[in-house]
Design a binder for this molecule. Structure first.
Ligand code: ZN
Length: 202
């Protein structure tokens, strides 16, 4: 009994998280608010009452270069906009969880969803780099479960970047970007991810 109880209550405990903040000064806040105005129709840099968690892959084998890219705050190659891209968390290949940005601030990680989504990057190239490695899988699920329980986010709204356009929360004012998404974490792998998440309790 005691063991079962402790396993259950541990599920939604806060995992160990290393605080490795990227700079998010007034300049970046102003850029985020202007981005929000252009893409969502309201001027804001704060993330309030998030409804979605988006899972990503860095397409890199290490953590540090991704931190550096997110910290730079320069226009991205793909869309050429400011602020620079970022995510709230990065899960490394050893299972270590880094937090880069408070979840009270918006990050640019998913077109159409930045206004309401927490972004979690994983170091790796394909979903099996996360789901097929016990330490990474456990860390990712634990982080996501803790966040979703804390913020009241439904499991169906824990999505892969590749599922972004289908989200009921997807909103994009710029017509040419309305179908823009990326390949990371398609539905085939997110079905497995959400099934594993359903086994954890809040
Ligand atoms: Zn992505």
């Amino acid at each position: 009994m005691a063991l079962a109880a402790s396993v259950n209550s541990a599920a939604a405990d806060r995992p160990a998280i290393a605080w490795n903040a990227i700079p998010y000064p007034a300049k970046r806040k102003a850029e985020m608010a202007a981005y929000s105005q252009r893409h969502y129709g309201f001027r804001r840099y704060g993330l309030h009452n998030p409804k979605v968690i988006v899972q990503h892959l860095t397409e890199s084998s290490t953590y540090r270069p991704i931190w550096t890219i997110f910290a730079q705050d320069v226009a991205d190659n793909e869309l050429g906009e400011l602020p620079g891209v970022c995510s709230h968390f990065i899960v490394d290949q050893n299972g270590k969880i880094h937090q880069l940005v408070p979840i009270s601030l918006m990050c640019r990680h998913t077109v159409g969803l930045n206004w309401t989504a927490i972004g979690i990057e994983h170091v790796g190239f394909k979903p099996s780099d996360v789901l097929g490695r016990a330490k990474v899988r456990a860390a990712s699920l634990r982080l996501t479960n803790w966040l979703r329980c804390r913020e009241g986010i439904e499991i169906k709204n824990v999505i892969g970047h590749n599922e972004s356009v289908q989200s009921r929360y997807h909103h994009e004012r710029v017509a040419r970007l309305r179908t823009q998404t990326h390949d990371d974490f398609p539905t085939s792998s997110m079905r497995k991810y959400r099934a594993a998440l359903r086994k954890l309790t809040c």
